[in-house]
Design a protein around this ligand. Structure first.
Ligand SMILES: Cc1cc2nc3c(=O)[nH]c(=O)nc-3n(C[C@H](O)[C@H](O)[C@H](O)COP(=O)(O)OP(=O)(O)OC[C@H]3O[C@@H](n4cnc5c(N)ncnc54)[C@H](O)[C@@H]3O)c2cc1C
Length: 354
């Protein structure tokens, strides 16, 4: 069986890995290069935070998120990088004057037994890298990934197991054929049994309702700050998260702005993100800013991911803020569609367009 995967971002990689056990000949087309640092999957903070994200995610997706988090453990073991998964929970924190924000947030957590209040002392004992005087709660079961490690390892895996075309922009899919442009502008086409479209916002032409939601992040290296868990600061004007990465690196993010502009980060966002981070730990004052990045989260109006199947073309999109949180479960559902199309379509979140 010949399968084409369009897009080597997060879903393209997870789907290629899900096909590992099937005797399929995989070909992957990526518009940029697999190691491109500006890809959405590389910009993302890669938190796995179903409870903390409840404001942005329909609660019906919680079981899918739980399944995906379990799958991450298997996927990373399969790749030989189990240490890239961290599951010590997340911290939700606030300054004393914003305590009402914390009360509201805790009330909105769907599974209340996952949230554990922390006073100033217990919070400080848990994460001594944080400033004193903060309050918060621990949300258990959550975690984060070292996405750079995952992306580097999967790039290597793809070169070893998949026929990869980089700088190959897919312009059309028609009657099981993929039409693409190579870097020279040369047009080519080839036929496949299945085409799996994972082009994220690059597949916008296929959907009326897909939009990009701008997110800005700042990457810093702070040799004097130690944090084990992702931290979310609740603030009426500058909510933010700080996600630890290997070697004292941190991702500070993220804005959420309704525009598809990919212009560089604004002064306002830089000031808000860095000031808020500094209020969480003054160790960030001496941090080195390594990158400021902008990405577009591919989203439908209901903020749910969609898998649609039409004439041997499977389209996967709308992962919004939750590509890492939901991706492995969605990749599994795509795999089931190919193994048994009708049963899978009846089974849930697969939308059949035919
Ligand atoms: C600032 C920010 C923070 C985030 N934080 C988190 C988080 O903490 N947790 C979480 O779960 N999610 C997070 N996300 C969301 C997550 O990154 C996305 O949901 C996910 O990357 C979407 O995966 P995808 O494969 O659909 O698209 P992408 O990862 O964007 O991949 C699409 C790929 O297709 C390629 N492509 C596009 N057009 C073409 C074409 N014509 N031909 C060939 N290839 C093409 C692109 O170059 C790209 O490599 C965040 C996103 C942003 C922007």
């Amino acid at each position: 069986m010949k399968v084409a995967i369009l897009g080597g971002g997060l879903m393209g990689r997870l789907i290629a890995l899900a096909f590992n056990d099937l005797k399929a000949e995989l070909t992957l087309f990526e518009k940029k290069t697999l190691d491109h640092k500006g890809n959405t999957a590389s910009i993302a903070a890669a938190m796995l935070a179903p409870e903390s994200e409840s404001v942005h995610m329909p609660t019906e997706l919680l079981p899918m998120a739980d399944r995906a988090i379990e799958r991450w453990s298997d996927i990373l073991k399969q790749l030989g990088i189990p240490h890239a998964l961290h599951r010590q929970g997340s911290l939700i924190i606030c300054h004393p004057q914003d305590k009402h924000e914390l009360t509201d947030f805790i009330q909105r957590i769907p599974r209340q037994n996952k949230s554990h209040p922390l006073n100033e002392q217990t919070l400080y004992e848990m994460e001594p890298g944080l400033a004193k005087g903060l309050e918060g709660c621990l949300v258990t079961g959550e975690g984060h990934l070292d996405n750079d490690v995952f992306l580097e390892r999967t790039t290597q895996w793809l070169y070893e197991h998949v026929h990869v075309f980089e700088k190959a922009e897919v312009v059309q899919t028609f009657q099981n054929r993929v039409h693409w442009l190579e870097v020279s502008g040369q047009a080519k086409q080839s036929a496949f049994d299945w085409i799996i479209d994972c082009r994220g916002i690059g597949a916008k032409v296929e959907y009326q309702s897909l939009r990009g939601v701008r997110g800005e992040i700042i990457r810093i290296r702070a040799p004097h700050v130690n944090l084990i868990r992702p931290v979310r600061l609740l603030h009426p004007r500058y909510p933010l998260y700080i996600v630890p990465k290997p070697d004292h690196r941190f991702v500070i993010g993220a804005t959420e702005i309704e525009t598809e502009s990919q212009a560089p980060i604004t002064v306002r966002s830089v000031l808000e993100l860095l000031s808020a981070a500094y209020s969480v730990s003054d160790g960030f004052a001496e941090a080195q800013v390594e990158a400021m990045q902008v990405g577009l989260r591919p989203a439908f109006s209901d903020h749910r991911p969609k898998v649609s199947v039409h004439e041997q073309v499977i389209r996967v999109n709308g992962l919004y803020r939750h590509g890492f949180l939901l991706g492995p479960a969605i990749a599994e559902s795509v795999f089931k569609v190919i193994q048994n199309p009708i049963e899978s379509i009846e089974g849930g979140y697969v939308e059949h367009l035919a």
